[in-house]
Design a binder for this molecule. Structure first.
Ligand code: PLP
Length: 336
C-alpha cells in the first residue's frame, strides 16, 4: 500500500523513528527499569514491540487498558497507575492469570482493591502534581491498612507530572530531586521493592525510581519536542488539501476531531520538508498559511501537540517507512 491509497485524515507512525525511540530508551532504562505507559499509544501492537525490546511490565491508566493488555497475553505484570473503585474488574483479570497491581491512596481505594479480588497494590504518594496520591507522611499508615486487609504492598509510586515539560532542564532536575526525596522517604516507611514514577520528560534526570513510567517517548509530540530529548517525532496526522484560497491560505481535511488541542495547535512537519504555518483548526479543517504553490489533493503532514489524547481519537495507526505503508496497527485501547 502506498500513502496515496490511505483515506485521510490518517494517523501515521514513522516505523524507523519508533524503533529509534524504543532502542534509545531501552539503552537508558533496560528491561524492568522501564514500565512503559500504554496510555500514550493505546495499541497492543506497540506494546509487543516494547516486549521485543525487553520490557515485560506495563503501566495502564484505566481498567479497560488492563483488560485489553491481559486479553492480548501481555499480562506478565500490569500496574494500574491510577485510583479505581471498580476494582472487581481488575480482580477478574487477575483470576484469569494476569499479574495486576493497583495504586491506592485512601481507605476507599484499599477496600475496593481488597473486595475486588486484587492481590497487590502500590501506595500512591503525591509528589507535587495536584492529582492523586496521599501525603508522604500518610503512606506508612495506608500501607499498614492495606496489609491488614490481606493485600501485598509492593512499594510506592509517585508521578512528578508537574515537572515533565520544563524546558529549563537544570531547574527541572533540581525540582525532580526535591520531588523524589518525598517518594524515597515514603518508600522507607512503606517497604517493598518498587519505587515507580517518572515519564518521558524526566527520563534522564529521575535517578530515584526503580522503574520509569514513560510512554510518550515512543511516538512524541510537538510539546515534548521543545525539551530537546533524543527521541524523534514518530506520530503524524496525514491530511489532504481540500481547498486553496487565492488570498493565500489553504485548508486540509483534518481538524480538532482528529487532533487533541489541549497543548495547542498542531505544527507543520518541517522535518518532512512540509512548509507553512498552522493558522487555526476547526472541527474538520486546519487552515494553513505561508505555503505558496499548494494544490488541492496534496498531502500535508501535521505533528500533533499532545500524543495521548490524539491517539485515543483514532481506530488505526498506519505504520510507514518512507512513502510505503508497511503495517496497520489497531488502537485497540482507544477512548478510555
Ligand atoms: C501516572 C503517570 N505516569 C507516567 C506518565 C508518563 O507519561 P509520559 O511518558 O507520557 O510523560 C503519565 C502521563 O500522563 C502518568 O499519568
Amino acid at each position: 500500500v502506498h500513502l496515496a491509497d490511505l483515506p485521510t485524515p490518517a494517523l501515521l507512525v514513522d516505523g524507523p523513528a519508533l524503533a529509534h525511540n524504543i532502542a534509545t530508551m531501552a539503552a537508558a532504562r533496560p528491561g524492568p527499569e522501564l514500565r512503559p505507559h500504554v496510555k500514550a499509544f493505546k495499541s497492543t501492537a506497540i506494546a509487543r514491540e516494547l516486549v521485543a525490546a525487553g520490557h515485560d511490565n506495563f503501566c495502564c491508566a484505566t481498567v479497560r487498558e488492563v483488560e485489553v493488555m491481559a486479553a492480548a497475553g501481555l499480562g506478565a505484570d500490569l500496574l494500574l497507575a491510577n485510583e479505581v473503585l471498580d476494582a472487581d474488574r481488575l480482580g477478574a483479570v487477575a483470576d484469569r492469570g494476569a499479574r495486576v497491581t493497583v495504586a491506592v491512596d485512601s481507605e476507599e481505594t484499599i477496600t475496593a482493591a481488597a473486595l475486588g479480588g486484587v492481590r497487590e497494590v502500590l501506595i500512591d504518594v503525591n509528589v507535587g502534581l495536584p492529582r492523586c496520591g496521599c501525603r508522604p507522611g500518610d503512606a506508612a499508615s495506608l500501607a499498614e491498612m492495606a496489609r491488614a486487609t490481606g493485600l501485598e504492598v509492593r512499594g510506592v509510586m509517585g508521578y512528578e507530572g508537574h515537572l515533565m515539560d520544563w524546558t529549563d532542564r537544570a531547574a527541572q532536575a533540581a525540582e525532580v530531586e526535591k520531588s523524589m526525596a518525598q517518594l524515597v522517604a515514603a518508600h522507607a516507611d512503606v517497604g517493598g521493592d518498587v519505587v515507580s514514577g517518572g515519564g518521558t520528560g524526566t527520563y534522564d534526570v529521575n535517578h530515584w525510581v526503580t522503574e520509569l513510567q514513560a510512554g510518550s517517548y515512543t511516538l512524541m509530540d510537538s510539546h515534548y519536542a521543545r525539551l530537546g530529548l533524543p527521541f524523534r517525532q514518530a506520530l503524524y496526522l496525514l491530511t489532504t488539501v481540500i481547498s486553496v484560497h487565492p488570498d493565500g491560505w489553504l485548508v486540509t481535511n483534518g481538524g480538532l476531531k482528529s487532533l487533541a488541542m489541549d497543548h495547542g495547535n498542531p505544527s507543520i512537519a518541517g522535518e518532512r520538508g512540509d512548509r507553512g504555518e498552522v493558522f487555526f483548526c476547526s472541527d474538520e479543517h486546519t487552515t494553513i498559511t505561508g505555503r505558496p504553490g499548494a494544490a488541492v489533493g496534496q498531502h500535508v503532514w501535521l505533528v500533533p501537540a499532545h500524543v495521548d489524547p490524539t491517539v485515543a481519537k483514532h481506530e488505526m495507526l498506519h505504520v510507514v517507512d518512507g512513502e510505503r505503508v508497511v503495517d496497520h496497527w489497531p488502537i485497540d485501547m482507544r477512548h478510555w
